[in-house]
Write a protein that binds this ligand. Structure first.
Ligand SMILES: C[S@@+](CC[C@H](N)C(=O)[O-])C[C@H]1O[C@@H](n2cnc3c(N)ncnc32)[C@H](O)[C@@H]1O
Length: 420
């Protein structure tokens, strides 16, 4: 029978695309009363809950934010059942709400040992059975249902072996997903366009380029305009959550993110008051941001050779409320020029073989695009993001920097060229 359950109070984990962890850390550091630890794929941080709530509103890099709830040590899978049965789950969610469990097993902190448990489904099942049996005890035999698609409470079970080589115990931590839908889904996207960049990854590319809003920014293979939209949000310092904030305040949507229906939040009067204040502060930032865009004189330019991409860009830019701030046109990136500009940033994500049948023409596309940059964009800095590493060699320009990033599971590079 297991011994000790630790109730975790002020610890969180924010996940992000691999390669953007330091950028995410630099968003968290300025928030109040926070201490952080950067790891692969995200940042652990200790802070009061209102700091995590603020991060929900201000982070451009985070995919999800998790609140750590409980941790304990297990020797065998069944321990999870006994621990879970000890926890008062009603403090976290209601009988009528649905739940789901995901499992992540990792190496030990020193990277030397893998989790010994072979079957993550069996881990999840033991945790689920413990939760259900606890509810049965507390709710006259009734239990909450599992919903695999749209649960009210998404729990993440993280299992990690102890660093001590001889220990047979592993640490199980239960985290609560505060988001539901990932934060990267800002809410402006036409879902019909295939292979768009995730919004937080696009924001990461823009931040890594050193864009500060005063330079001309051009994406000549804009697809559905994700890089362009994220650059405009950065330029105006518009919170990435601006569509969510409008929805919450104007439509009284009190279920927009999952934490808004969780007991640990709803039943904490101080926290709900702090949240209301944060929403007000960030709502004001939206107005200020659009005002800043209205006043800005630097240009944002987007083009693509395909009509369907131009249409997707139009749709997204309009949904984002940013259509008026962009010059958008149809043109081949191997031929495009910008007659009025003699410096600026080009940030683009050319095709990398994600669509069937395009592989053959890509070496020529990358070569000719590189030649166009060389001949017609002197004074610019170009940033090319691709998940097809051999194609980078087709560009006959001197690389000034290469940054490793992951686009989902695809090992990718952001390559910098200084054009002169
Ligand atoms: C990977 S997608 C870009 C996705 C975009 N970053 C987004 O988030 O939606 C590549 C884009 O390059 C465009 N493209 C391919 N060849 C091109 C060319 N020669 N000139 C301009 N655009 C081109 C495609 O139409 C496609 O929209």
């Amino acid at each position: 029978m297991p011994k000790k359950i630790e109730k975790i109070k002020e610890e969180f984990f924010a996940s992000c695309p691999t390669g953007l962890e330091e950028m995410l850390a630099s968003e968290i550091k300025p928030l109040s009363h926070v201490s952080i630890e950067v790891t692969k794929g995200g940042v652990h941080f200790t802070a009061p809950a209102q700091t995590a709530l603020e991060l929900m509103l201000c982070s451009r890099m985070a995919s999800r934010i998790y609140k750590k709830a409980y941790s304990f040590e297990i020797k065998i899978e069944k321990d999870l059942y006994f621990f879970a049965k000890e926890i008062k789950w009603k403090g976290l969610f209601e009988l009528e709400q649905t739940f789901k469990i995901s499992v992540v097993q990792s190496k030990s902190r020193d990277g030397k040992k893998w989790s010994k448990f072979k079957n993550s489904m069996f881990l999840a099942q033991n945790l689920k059975d413990g939760i259900v049996d606890r509810f049965r005890l507390d709710c006259k035999g009734e239990r909450p249902s599992v919903d695999k698609d749209q649960a009210d409470m998404n729990l993440l079970l993280h299992v990690e072996p102890n660093v001590n080589q001889h220990s047979v115990k592993e640490t199980a931590t239960i985290l609560i997903d505060m988001c539901g839908a990932p934060l990267s889904q800002r809410g402006y996207r036409d879902t019909n366009f295939s292979a768009p960049l995730k919004e937080n990854l696009a924001a990461g590319l823009v931040m890594l380029s050193g864009y500060n809003g005063s330079q001309t920014l051009f994406d000549p293979m804009c697809g559905s305009a994700t890089i362009i939209i994220e650059s405009l949000l950065i330029k105006g310092n518009i919170p990435p959550s601006y569509i969510a904030i409008d929805d919450i305040l104007e439509n009284n949507d009190d279920h927009y993110w999952d934490f808004m229906k969780h007991n640990w939040f709803i039943k904490d009067k101080y926290l709900t008051d702090e949240w209301a204040k944060l929403l007000k502060t960030y709502h004001k930032k939206i107005d200020d941001g659009f005002e800043a865009l209205d006043k800005s004189e630097s240009k944002t330019i987007a083009s693509d050779s395909e009509s369907y991409a131009i249409n997707a860009s139009k749709f997204n830019l309009k949904a984002a409320g940013l259509f008026d701030y962009v010059k958008l046109f149809k043109e081949d990136a191997t031929k495009v020029t910008l007659a009025d500009e003699n410096s600026g940033l080009i940030i683009t994500n050319p095709p990398y073989g994600e669509r069937i049948g395009e592989e053959e023409r890509l070496p020529t596309l990358y070569y000719e695009f590189g030649e166009n940059l060389k001949n017609n964009f002197k004074g610019f800095k170009a940033y090319i993001f691709t998940g097809n590493l051999p194609l980078i060699k087709k560009i006959s320009l001197k690389t000034s920097k290469k940054i490793i990033l992951f686009n989902g599971a695809i090992d990718s590079r952001l390559v910098e060229y200084t054009l002169f």
